[in-house]
Design a protein around this ligand. Structure first.
Ligand SMILES: NC(=O)c1ccc[n+]([C@@H]2O[C@H](COP(=O)([O-])OP(=O)(O)OC[C@H]3O[C@@H](n4cnc5c(N)ncnc54)[C@H](OP(=O)(O)O)[C@@H]3O)[C@@H](O)[C@H]2O)c1
Length: 240
């Protein structure tokens, strides 16, 4: 086993996650990404273009045992995990809360909360055992705004943010750092294409911010909450 920096990016196959994966690989990390069946892992591999530094592992993040097995596989291969980034969730649109079908509620809770719960349960435990590591959750702007007909997105984002805050407080008796990073603009991803606004934070620059945060090179690196209000703020933090 070599002593490469190792990161796990849950949701690394998504539009935002791929920017994080790319930035971490550029910074010299070996990056593990849990993937579900589908073509997203091929899309990620084609985008990143550094096959040796990207390892995809099949894992359903709703399944706690699958997440444990994924963590154990990373630890068996590398001996340690330096950073965990969580960029997992699914959009929801369709119903006011009082008309929302129960099946939609359950799906949303599975995609946006059970996944996050399972990941932190396995990986915070690992980071604590090592006495080392950083855990970052990426949160959307809905955490602080109310979306009508898509209220589950607001509720789930707010819950993810509070989960991170609880984790950060609970980690204060250890050397590990836990961060909730909220991007308050829509994030410009490849999948959103050209329909974007100049102030939107790009997935690549968000990835660089996350990488520098993990490395302790961002102002306020010890603070749990990072609120990114626009691209200019991100670029300033990156020294551009
Ligand atoms: N300002 C913003 O727009 C902003 C900022 C920060 C964070 N966020 C939040 O960050 C998350 C990712 O956003 P995105 O735009 O990258 O979305 P995306 O492209 O849809 O990616 C979502 C990721 O989550 C994974 N995922 C969803 N449900 C899952 C499940 N049940 N089990 C396993 N994996 C699951 C997806 O896996 P597959 O590839 O297999 O589908 C994918 O990797 C969302 O929760 C979003 O709200 C948004």
């Amino acid at each position: 086993m070599d002593e490469r920096n190792v990161a796990v990016v849950a949701g690394g196959s998504g539009g935002i996650g791929e920017g994080v994966v790319h930035a971490l690989i550029k910074a010299g990390y070996r990056v593990y990404v849990p993937t579900r069946p589908g073509d997203h892992s091929e899309r990620l591999k084609a985008y990143v273009g550094h096959a040796a530094d990207l390892v995809t592992i099949p894992a359903d993040l709703c399944d706690e045992q699958a997440v444990v097995a994924m963590r154990d596989a990373v630890v068996a291969a590398e001996g340690h995990v330096d950073a965990v980034v969580v960029s997992v969730g699914a959009d929801y649109y369709g119903y006011r809360l009082h008309r929302m079908p129960r099946t939609d509620l359950d799906r949303s809770i599975h995609d946006n909360l059970i996944t996050h719960f399972n990941i932190q349960r396995s990986f915070i435990d690992q980071l604590r055992k090592q006495d080392h590591g950083t855990y970052v959750t990426l949160i959307g702007p809905e955490a602080e705004s109310i979306l009508v007909d898509a209220g589950m997105m607001s509720i789930m984002a707010a819950a993810q943010k509070m989960m991170s805050r609880v984790m950060a407080s609970e980690a204060s008796d250890s050397p590990i750092r836990v961060h909730a990073l909220t991007a308050h603009t829509t994030v410009k991803t490849r999948s959103r294409g050209s329909s974007s606004n100049d102030d939107w934070i790009t997935a690549e620059e968000l990835g660089e911010y996350v990488t520098r945060l993990i490395e302790g090179q961002i102002s306020g690196s010890q603070e749990a909450l990072h609120e990114l209000r626009g691209l200019a703020q991100v670029r300033k933090a990156l020294g551009r």
